[in-house]
Every structure is written in C-alpha cells, then in structure tokens.
Design a protein around this ligand. Structure first.
Ligand SMILES: Cc1ncc(COP(=O)(O)O)c(C=O)c1O
Length: 387
C-alpha cells in the first residue's frame, strides 16, 4: 500500500514549510560573509521589534533547555531565591535546573490541567522575598496557558526578575517583553516558529542585562550574555560558530510571521485551537486543560474511558493514517495523546490531521459518527472565511 505522507503533529517539531526547508538546504557560506551578517542583523532586529524588547535578543545553536539554563545562568548566583510556577512537566524541569545551579527553590504547583493563578503568585510573594520568578507560558504536558501578563505585573511590583518559558508559545501566543514586564523570555526554533530544531532564542530586558553585568565573571562561557552581546549587535564578531542555515531558516520564518501579521497570527492560533478542540472532542475524547487556561498552540486529549483504548496501538494507527501525534506525560501517560496546532499550520494540515485521528479512532473501535469531526472543522473554516 502507498504510505501516506506523515504530518508532524506532535507539539514540536512542527511542520516545516517548503520555503523554510529551502533556506536550510542552501549552500552554507562563511559566517563573516557580509550578506550573512546583514541577514543575522535583520533576524535580531525583527525579534526585538516583534516581541517589543528594548533589551537584547539572542539566537544561538541549542534547544529550549539550553535557553532555560542560559536565562538562570545570567541573572542569578548560587543562594538566590527562585519561585518556580509549575503547571506540569516543564515547570518541574525549571525547578530542577534552578536547584542544580544552587538556587533556593520554592515550587508553586498547579494540578495538571490547571494553572498557577496571579492570586497564588501574589500570596506566595507576600510570604517571602524572591530574586527570580519563573513561569511556563504554555505547558506542553497539559496544554495549559498561564496568564503571564497578570503574573508579570505582580512580579514587577515585588521587584523579582521574571523569566517566562515561551518554548511552546512564542510565535503562537501573545508575548510582549517590555509591556508584560518579562525579564528573560526563552524559546527555540522548532515550535510555533515552524523551523527545524536547532536554535535557542532568548530576549533579555535591560534590567536582566544590568543584572548580568553586576554578576562579574560567571562560570558559563557558551551561555554568557556578555560574550554574545557584542556578537548580536555585530554578527561579524565571533564567540561560537553561527548556525548559518538555521539563522536563514529563522529569517524566513520571521518573514512569514510579518507577512501574516503577528497579531493576526496570535488570533489565528486562538481560532484554530478552538476548532481543533471542538472537532476532536466530538469523537468522544476529553480535553485535559481547564476551559479558562486552554493554550492556543497545543492540546492534550484523553481517551474515552469506556473505549479501553490501547495507547501505543492508537498512536501507531494514527501514524499509519498519516499523522504523528505524541504520548501523554506523567500520570496521564497511556491515557491520551498530545497534538501541536502551532506554527505554519493551515487548513489542509488540520483537516488531514483530524481525518487521520478519526480513521484511527474508528479502527480501534471508538464509536463515532464518521465525518462529524471533519464537518465541524469545515463549518468553522467556512465561517472564518466569511467573517
Ligand atoms: C514548555 C517547554 N519548555 C522547555 C522545553 C525544552 O525544549 P527542548 O526540548 O528544545 O530542549 C520544551 C520542549 O518541548 C517545552 O515544551
């Protein structure tokens, strides 16, 4: 049988469109080439402008976890106090990273599916003085989005540095560095930017850069803001070799973002998330995230209990039907699946992904009305086009 094209519907990496792939496939040139220097400058300039950051944007070879470590390495020293707001797996990862760096860590946890609230943060900050507060913007293990704007205001009043993990959000959910009082926003290439994995992306506020300066020499060198600052201002300078083709790919991703319009991109993600949730819920799956905190970039669905779905078999069938989806994490492992709906995902991709899930659901014996989920999506797309 002819194998269908397999869509990458996990919560990152996300589908990489042809024009971005083409940038990765270009002949690599010298990092001192004036054309490349101009390209890199424009990437840094666009990141600062689109995310409204008057401090500095950094792009280097790495992944989201490197960006998480880099944020902490540059704005803290051992013994500092950190409040980690954890809505799941990646919030807990931040607590571990902070502990390993010798910080005194308190964790404010929400039940999986819910979020730490601004009130929770306010109460916690009134009990003790913290140097850093971290929040995961979109928690990839639960599909929950935290209210970072409101939390940011509270953290600013407290005087702590505010670190936001935007790995599963940046480019798909609203993030504005200066207006939201974010001191370090961290991200990477393979999620809502729609680029392949390989880049760590960070934005640092002026306050965060001052904090870094005040620390003198830090242990880390590859992650040091002070080493990268001159390079980001003038990419003809050298600290570590630039991931040239990946920078080109990010440049193309930013071009696509500007062409769509960043506000419209955020609005599209919000609309698409509601559509996909409605379509998949119509097959009998339930949504893990509380209604008030649902992320626009990814969703976590639980199997109908009565269907006794074999998780590994179901996901293998969805893959066979043409879409690769992810397993659940933590206590939800085996009980459902996660999908990304972020980045450069259009109606063709969403329709095909939901259709693959529907066919697999029918093959494992879930009782559903064939085509109902697709009908919901179709109607949503038609309504969207007529507005
Ligand atoms: C919210 C969040 N933070 C951090 C990470 C770690 O990023 P990476 O796997 O690129 O190191 C991930 C990865 O999925 C994530 O979803």
């Amino acid at each position: 049988m002819l194998k269908p094209h397999r869509l990458v519907m996990i919560p990152g990496p996300t589908p990489v469109v042809r024009s971005i792939q083409d940038q990765m496939g270009r002949e690599t040139i010298a990092f001192g080439d004036p054309d490349f220097i101009e390209d890199f400058k424009s990437v840094v300039r666009d990141l600062k402008e689109l995310w409204q950051c008057s401090g500095q944007a950094f792009v280097l070879a790495g992944s989201g976890t490197l960006a998480m470590e880099m944020a902490i390495a540059n704005i803290s020293k051992a013994g500092d106090k950190a409040l980690v707001c954890s809505n799941g797996f990646f919030g807990d990862r931040y607590a571990e990273i902070c502990r390993r760096r010798g910080l005194k860590v308190d964790v404010l946890s929400a039940e999986w599916g819910s979020s730490v609230t601004p009130e929770d943060v306010k109460n916690k900050l009134s009990e003790s003085k913290y140097d850093i507060v971290t929040v995961t913007h979109v928690e990839t293990s639960t599909g929950v989005m935290a209210p970072i704007d409101e939390i940011g205001k509270i953290v600013q009043e407290h005087g702590a540095l505010f670190v936001v993990d935007g790995v599963a959000a940046s480019g798909g959910a609203e993030e504005y560095v200066d207006p939201m009082g974010i001191d370090v926003l961290i991200s990477c290439s393979q999620k809502a930017f729609g680029v392949a994995p390989g880049l760590a992306i960070l934005w640092a506020s002026k306050k965060a850069l001052e904090k870094r300066r005040s620390l003198g020499t830090i242990l880390d060198s590859y992650m040091d803001f002070e080493k990268w600052l001159p390079v980001m201002e003038d990419p003809s300078k050298y600290w570590g070799t630039h991931p040239i083709n990946m920078i080109w790919a990010l440049k193309e991703s930013l071009r696509i973002i500007k062409e769509e319009g960043i506000e419209e991109r955020y609005a599209r993600h919000a609309r698409q998330a509601v559509m996909v949730d409605e379509a998949i819920a119509s097959m009998g799956f339930s949504i893990l995230a509380d209604k008030d905190f649902r992320a626009p970039t990814l969703s976590v669905y639980l199997y109908p209990k009565e269907a006794n779905v074999d998780d590994a078999k179901f996901r293998a069938l969805v893959a066979e039907e043409g879409a690769y989806i992810a397993s659940c994490l933590g206590d939800y492992a085996g009980k459902g699946f996660r999908i990304g709906h972020m980045g450069n995902i259009d109606k063709h991709i969403l329709i095909s992904a939901v259709a693959a899930i529907e066919r697999a659901a029918m093959r494992v014996g879930i009782k559903l009305e064939p085509g109902k989920a697709l009908g919901i999506l179709q109607s949503c797309f038609v309504e969207e086009s007529s507005n």
